[in-house]
Design a protein around this ligand. Structure first.
Ligand code: PFF
Length: 480
């Protein structure tokens, strides 16, 4: 049914993929990670990873979606069967959909914080408030399960409503309205930041590259962030790719997504750090940068409450266009596999995700320090879920790169990629060797016990990956 659906215009995939890519990762995570990791050097590694790893995997993931014209789970089943490759590759679809499910459960809770701040800003409750009062208000929000639950519910309902209305009426129409609006708001916030804050200090901080400032941990975080921000490895891009017009170029589209996503992260960085430095505050505030430091900066500025509210609407909107790309892979699967109507499939996905989100809601209050999961695993349920996705995301990216690079034949790839020999070989080299090496590196970071053995473990992982890929390749050659 949904296998015949295509976006209305050739460029809609680009719009949808940018909507997925631009989200909390750009506005919340990128600035605070950059702030914690010393600025320019972090950005340099981030941009380099996007160029040599992110773009090739983005092309590969879109290619798998468009070649199958199905949701990630059914699509990988179809591709492995029709291309005569090992059934084990189907794990790509299952892992992607599971990761999308888990990420949405906590993404919705964090996006909910922005709903609260929009209200605090517009109602003027933070105008002129002291830094202590503003920090305390963030603590109070996290300590209240009822408030977190309310915002989480509202955000999940909005995401489900859009996806439930279908890809044309819901997703396309929603994006066509939300994306330009978000861009305009971002420009307003940038202009305000530059006019009232210290833009020179912000630009110096973001664009002074001193690699000595960056720890190994910082390098790995920069690489991990580049996957998260491009929505890679979680089936979102594959699900949207299934509706992509055959006429659109995979390479040009992937490069455009990466450029727009990076530009928006940088613009958000300039706006946020102008305000933060202008208020004489420090960049390295961690996750509280957006919810504590920034409101402190807004509190003292002329028109700060209004602009602060507008800024948090931008955060909600950007998060919403990403959240719908996380609902889509699972909802589309339920429609294809069980013949459910789209509203029913979406309700099931969002309902279960909402339930899982309760783990994150309670992690900040009822189940904070010293409760059961801390005693059992040393972390809160939220931290466990985040840890799981930190493993699944690079692993998904790694498998996509290996599948597209080794398991698909040259003809199969060229049929979708439609490019010259030179770029095909460059892309193939990147997905066969460079992307797996880089991803294995990010992946190993998430396993603390291998820290001292990072390099040997990386070598072992690569040899295993190359061996597996080589075997698949050999099997295919024999079949031909
Ligand atoms: N790319 C989104 C962001 O930067 O906020 C997050 C995200 C959306 C990750 C969709 C993964 C995904 F499938």
């Amino acid at each position: 049914m949904s296998s015949t659906k295509i976006w209305t215009h050739k460029g809609t995939f680009l719009l949808a993929a940018v909507g997925s890519a631009v989200g909390l990762g750009n506005l919340w995570r990128f600035p605070y990670l950059t702030g914690e990791n010393g600025g320019g050097a972090f950005i340099l590694v981030y941009a380099l990873t996007i160029a040599v790893v992110g773009i090739p995997i983005l092309i590969a993931e879109t290619l798998l979606g468009r070649a199958s014209r199905k949701s990630p789970i059914m699509g990988m089943k179809y591709l492995t069967e029709s291309h005569g490759t090992s059934r084990h590759w189907q794990v790509i679809g299952w892992m992607g959909a599971s990761a999308a499910f888990i990420i949405l459960s906590f993404y919705s809770v964090i996006a909910g914080w922005a709903i609260h701040y929009t209200w605090l800003m517009f109602s003027g409750q933070l105008s002129g408030a002291s830094a202590d009062v503003i920090s305390a208000s963030f603590g109070e929000l996290l300590a209240s399960p009822n408030q977190l639950l309310l915002y989480h519910t509202l955000f999940m309902l909005a995401s489900a409503l859009i996806v439930g209305m279908g890809i044309h009426k819901g997703i396309e129409n929603g994006l066509r309205f939300m994306m330009p609006a978000l861009f305009i708001i971002l420009m307003i916030v940038l202009a305000y930041g530059v006019m009232t804050g210290d833009a020179v200090a912000a630009i110096k901080f973001l664009f002074t590259f001193n690699l000595n400032d960056l720890s190994l941990e910082g390098w790995l975080q920069a690489m991990g962030q580049s996957f998260f921000t491009l929505s890679l490895g979680m089936g979102a891009i594959m699900a949207y790719g299934a509706y992509m017009s055959k006429e659109a170029s995979l390479t040009r589209t992937a490069i455009s997504i990466a450029l727009v996503d990076t530009a928006i992260a940088l613009i958000a960085g300039i706006a946020i750090f102008s305000l933060v430095f202008g208020a004489g505050m420090d960049a390295g505030q961690g996750p509280g940068l957006m919810f504590v430091t920034l409101p402190i900066a807004f509190a003292d500025l002329p028109g700060g409450a209004l602009l602060g509210g507008v800024f948090f609407i931008l955060v909600i909107g950007a998060a919403l266009t990403s959240a719908i790309s996380l609902v889509e892979p699972v909802a589309a699967f339920l429609v294809e596999r069980f013949g459910f109507s789209r509203p029913l499939a979406t309700s099931i996905m969002a309902g279960l995700c909402w339930l899982l989100g309760l783990l994150t809601v309670f992690s900040f209050n009822l189940w904070s320090e010293g409760t059961w999961t801390h005693q059992l695993f040393g972390r809160s349920p939220f931290e466990i879920l985040e840890f799981l996705t930190n493993i699944m995301m690079p692993l998904g990216g790694l498998l996509i790169a290996l599948f597209a690079g080794w398991a698909l034949s040259r003809e199969e790839v060229l049929n979708e990629m439609d490019t010259n020999d030179r770029w095909f070989h460059t892309w193939q080299f990147l997905v066969r060797f460079i992307a797996p090496t880089a991803v294995a590196f990010v992946f190993l970071r998430t396993l603390p016990q291998v820290e001292g053995y990072l390099i040997p473990a990386l070598g072992a992982a690569l040899i295993t990956a190359a061996f597996t890929a080589g075997r698949t390749f050999a099997t295919r050659q024999n079949k031909v």
